[in-house]
Ligand binder design. Structure first.
Ligand SMILES: C[S@@+](CC[C@H](N)C(=O)[O-])C[C@H]1O[C@@H](n2cnc3c(N)ncnc32)[C@H](O)[C@@H]1O
Length: 205
């Protein structure tokens, strides 16, 4: 999908007006900067979702829900999750886009009971929960297993961490520590040259 069409499908102009009206300045970058939408289009291609039909997609930490709008345009069935105060205030954007959303949080040391599948595709893009000192390598492994248990055969799991941007060391040594834990949980990175940094992609056998 071309970027201009994606902007129409994701109602970027309407959502900018909505963001201004609601004073949601912290999310404006997702509407002003093309890189975030381009990233979603590239991931959509990577997951082969243009060619597939009627996929059941779970988007953990959906943000404004742009991946959902692109999915719906391609006739997939989509459920996004939001979490916490900031995310809850995105409800007008989700309503504007007609997206199916549910509240769901992931925490270190707690069960990782994701919304029940089976799903054809589970994605986590720049969810920020990984930037947490208490989030261990075992938490990642548990989350991975839970996702796999909730995928159909040939289902896909994609995790693209926010650490790639955060490695600018906004938080001191925390980024490196969290990154090492992901690497320790998932030493076999997926062979995806363009996404080889902080991105994992698995297809269930
Ligand atoms: C930076 S936004 C990314 C949004 C979207 N995936 C994107 O790439 O445009 C982070 C998202 O992660 C979600 N999130 C943050 N902490 C979470 C947690 N502990 N459990 C579940 N979701 C969380 C937020 O609700 C938000 O939707």
């Amino acid at each position: 999908m071309e970027l201009d069409l994606a902007k129409t499908v994701c109602r970027i102009d309407q959502q900018k007006k909505l963001a201004e009206t609601l004073g949601m300045t912290e999310w404006i970058k997702y509407l002003d900067e093309d890189q975030f939408l381009i990233e979603k289009l590239e991931l959509f291609d990577l997951l082969n979702l243009k060619e597939k039909t009627n996929q059941k997609i779970l988007d953990i930490g959906a943000g404004l829900g742009h991946f959902g709008s692109i999915s719906k345009y391609h006739n997939h069935e989509y459920l996004g999750t939001y979490f916490g105060r900031t995310s809850k205030s995105l409800e007008p954007f989700h309503r504007d886009a007609g997206l199916n959303m549910t509240e769901f949080g992931l925490f270190p040391n707690y069960d990782k009971n994701i919304p029940k599948g089976p799903w054809d595709c589970i994605i986590m893009i720049r969810t920020t929960f990984e930037l947490n000192e208490e989030w261990s390598s075992d938490d990642w492994k548990e989350l991975y297993q839970c996702c796999m248990d909730n995928l159909n055969p040939n289902g896909q799991l994609l995790i693209k961490s926010n650490l790639a941007v955060e490695l600018k060391r906004k938080y001191g040594r925390l980024e490196t520590q969290c990154w090492n834990r992901m690497m320790s949980a998932f030493p076999n990175k997926s062979p995806l040259p363009q996404w080889s940094w902080a991105t994992w992609h698995w297809i269930k056998e």
